[in-house]
Design a protein around this ligand. Structure first.
Ligand SMILES: CCCCCCCCCC/C=C\CCCCCCCCCC(=O)SCCNC(=O)CCNC(=O)[C@H](O)C(C)(C)COP(=O)(O)OP(=O)(O)OC[C@H]1O[C@@H](n2cnc3c(N)ncnc32)[C@H](O)[C@@H]1OP(=O)(O)O
Ligand SMILES: Cc1cc2nc3c(=O)[nH]c(=O)nc-3n(C[C@H](O)[C@H](O)[C@H](O)COP(=O)(O)OP(=O)(O)OC[C@H]3O[C@@H](n4cnc5c(N)ncnc54)[C@H](O)[C@@H]3O)c2cc1C
Length: 670
């Protein structure tokens, strides 16, 4: 073995200690052996050409160079996907998470094509009629047209009904006239819009026959396909540097009485006829929000994958890094041996598992609801909206906090961009805001919970994810504490029920004392967010536990054991985090809490020997991790040194600024 591919001895030892079959766990996380094999095949095809390697790391490039580099690599990756990968996956899997995952080997930040594939194409699939899809979809999938999703405006992101862009139908010419009447009506933020896209989905207030019918979606060409010049009546550009997403060319867009054909309104859920007659969406008023629901569902998997990357980096680094001494003169321990380090990291492994399994379960729920909607039944949509809202909110918020925890766990080196942890943080922290801000989405779930509570109160049987509310009305007093997984989950459900019940009481009391419903709701929103968070925690705990039981039925004993230890760690961690709630809503005693703490510390000890095996089981290739600290071989210090050689500042021994500024300063007299 050359020193280049020699595995760090500490990491090699960790792998020798691992007592379970790593591949078996990978299969469970991927959703089955077949899926793992297909993913690996795709990664081999897409990555073995080495196209992802940058001569100069992108962080040293100017804004212009970075953008051009991102476009260059997007085109390389798209050609690989079009010419080689889609033969394996089938065109219907163009937007699959595997391609998204593989794409991370090409971009440290993000591809300018991401919104084309992540939202423009899904909006065509979800919001267009079959005839419109036949016109747009093949061209979009073939990248003959490149799109963005322009909904948010300078003045409004959350409150979609407040958007100001207008689309006024002109029956004379059978066209819509798009207009941006104010500065705040300018579209703002759309990824890919600033420099890359020639089309976009525009969300605008629809006016026809003198009446406003609320927001609708339109496909709009904004640039010439040959010259890429903005078309007359279109003002478009890039919004400027941001915390992350700097290669996504997020853009602004304004219209000056810009005309598009009638058939460019996405007409699956509502139509404007030639004469201007508006035909209302018969089934559900919020179907035009469908693309956002789809993306929220996919973001739970995104949170899991990015957290898996961060904790892979941090655990491998913690096995290689040695620091301090436990006793005078003794060998410095691996930092992974400190229980406090295990406390920082093992919860991240467990959370990545919890979110991955919840994401798959949510995806199945989403496809089931879609199937029902195809048959005309929209009854399950409110539950899906409530679920996707809170799961998006919590998974992105927890992933953000834990990625930062992984960075803390890597000390100073974690602060280097080459560790990839700062990029991961900047990327994931945005997911807490975009596609619906954390608080706003939890309040959406709270609306659903309050209604479900009222139904349960009146004796009606409620839908499965809130079925625990029915139990709330048949049991009196606090939930009996029981330290089994099922017992802990039941207690978390009681906490959620108790908090929802307090919200309902607060709202009713406020109304009784003279407030109107809106004010009573507003004054209760701090509690409502808290109740929705509690509900969502109980959903994640329940799903994680159920899925582990189901998926490990036929696993080997050691895999069963280690995955059980992780899920128990997760349940125990959250019980300890929420002791205040548990004391309030269950019969848990001080003694029970002491036992929980001991159980937690024992779990850290049990999981410790398998920690590296567990992150290896995420099976994230080095090209995708893009980290000096997290590579499979653990050559941390060598890689940090190699990276220094790429720093353009080190090209010359003396910087020109010395002669220009420093020397004159040093020579000047006081
Ligand atoms: C070369 C590279 C190749 C790589 C290949 C890889 C392949 C790529 C694959 C990509 C896959 C994944 C990656 C994805 C990356 C995506 C990146 C995205 C970037 C960000 C994009 C954006 O941010 S777009 C903008 C998003 N904006 C928002 O989310 C706005 C948030 N606001 C809202 O959603 C709403 O306004 C609101 C919910 C807050 C309120 O709406 P409104 O005021 O209209 O409603 P009300 O509050 O009055 O409620 C009325 C009733 O309607 C119900 N409701 C609300 N929303 C919905 C809904 N969506 N569905 C169903 N029902 C809904 C609400 O609950 C009320 O009900 P009742 O209580 O019964 O009255
Ligand atoms: C990196 C990135 C990429 C993006 N990409 C796109 C894109 O491609 N296309 C697109 O259309 N948009 C995009 N966006 C915009 C994004 O969807 C919005 O920023 C997001 O929905 C939040 O809306 P806002 O900015 O209006 O926040 P605001 O609504 O102004 O929120 C500000 C604060 O007010 C609070 N708040 C707002 N309303 C309420 C309420 N009713 N109750 C209680 N609190 C409230 C929020 O909780 C938040 O703390 C992107 C944003 C980012 C950061």
């Amino acid at each position: 073995m050359t020193s280049k591919n020699k595995i760090n001895e500490d990491l090699a030892n960790e792998r020798r200690k691992c007592n379970f079959n790593i591949e078996e766990v990978t299969y469970i996380l991927d959703g089955g052996k077949e899926k793992t094999l297909q993913r690996k095949k795709i990664e081999d095809v897409a990555l073995n050409g080495g196209a992802s390697v940058d001569d100069i790391p992108e962080e040293y490039l100017s804004a212009r160079e970075r953008y051009e580099n991102a476009i260059r690599k997007s085109c390389i990756y798209t050609n690989i996907v079009k010419n080689e990968v889609l033969e394996i996956t089938g065109i219907e899997n163009y937007g699959s998470p595997v391609l998204r995952r593989t794409g991370d080997a090409f971009f440290k930040d993000i591809s300018p094509f991401m919104l084309h594939l992540g939202m423009f194409v899904p909006s065509i699939i979800g919001q267009c009629t079959a005839e419109q899809q036949a016109t747009w979809l093949p061209r979009a999938l073939d990248m003959k047209i490149i799109g963005a999703y322009a909904q948010t405006e300078l003045g409004h992101g959350t409150f979609i009904r407040g958007l100001e862009t207008t689309a006024t139908y002109d029956p004379e010419t059978e066209e819509f006239v798009l207009h941006s009447p104010t500065i705040t009506s300018y579209k703002w933020w759309a990824g890919g819009l600033g420099r890359t896209a020639n089309h976009c989905t525009v969300v605008a207030q629809l006016y026809t026959q003198g009446k406003c019918h609320g927001t609708h979606l339109f496909i709009v060409q904004i640039r010439d396909l040959e010259t890429h010049m903005p078309l007359p009546g279109v003002k478009v550009g890039e919004i400027g540097p941001r915390m992350g997403f700097n290669t996504a060319d997020n853009g602004f867009l304004g219209f000056n009485n810009y005309r598009i054909p009638r058939m460019n309104m996405m007409m699956k859920n509502a139509q404007v006829l030639k004469d201007g007659t508006y035909v209302k969406a018969a089934r559900h008023g919020k179907l035009t929000y469908g693309t956002m629901v789809f993306v929220r569902v996919t973001l739970v998997g995104e949170a899991s994958f990015n957290l898996a990357k961060a904790v892979t980096i941090a655990v491998r680094y913690s096995a290689v890094r040695r620091q301090s001494e436990l006793r005078p003169g003794s060998i410095e321990p691996q930092i992974l041996d400190y229980p406090t380090q295990q406390h920082k990291l093992f919860i991240c492994i467990a959370t990545a598992h919890a979110f991955q399994l919840t994401a798959s379960w949510l995806w199945n729920t989403f496809t089931a609801v879609q199937a029902e909607m195809k048959k005309g039944n929209v009854d399950t949509l409110p539950e899906l909206h409530a679920l996707s809202s809170c799961l998006k909110a919590l998974s992105t918020s927890d992933a953000t906090a834990y990625i930062e925890q992984c960075r803390f766990a890597c000390g100073g080196h974690g602060y280097m961009l080459s560790s990839n942890l700062p990029f991961l943080y900047a990327f994931v922290v945005a997911t807490r805001t975009y596609e619906g801000d954390y608080t706003v989405l939890l309040l959406q779930t709270a609306r659903f919970l309050v209604k479900a509570w009222e139904q349960a109160e009146s004796g009606k049987v409620v839908t499965p994810t809130v079925a625990y509310l029915n139990r709330h009305f048949t049991t009196n007093g606090k939930m009996i504490w029981d330290n089994s997984p099922e017992g802990i989950i039941r207690v978390f459900q009681s906490v959620a029920a108790g908090k929802i019940s307090l919200c309902v009481r607060s709202i009713r009391n406020r109304i009784t004392s003279g407030m109107d419903h809106e004010d009573a709701w507003l004054m209760t929103t701090v509690q409502l967010v808290n109740a929705a968070e509690a509900h969502c925690r109980s959903v994640i705990l329940h799903t994680y536990w159920n899925e582990i039981v189901r998926l490990t039925k036929h696993s080997s004993d050691n895999v069963k054991t280690v995955l059980n230890q992780l899920v128990m760690l997760y349940l125990t961690y959250w019980a300890l985090e929420r002791t205040g709630d548990l004391l309030r809503y269950s019969t848990i005693s001080e003694n029970d809490i002491d036992l929980l703490q001991r159980q937690y510390e024992e779990l850290l000890v049990k999981i410790r020997p398998n920690a590296v095996g567990l992150v290896d089981a995420f099976d994230i290739r080095d090209e995708i991790l893009q980290s000096t600290l997290g590579s499979y071989d653990g050559r941390v210090y060598e890689r940090l040194m190699e990276e220094v050689q790429k720093n353009p500042l080190n090209k010359e021994p003396v910087d020109p600024s010395f002669h220009k500024y420093l020397k004159p300063l040093m020579k000047s007299k006081i």
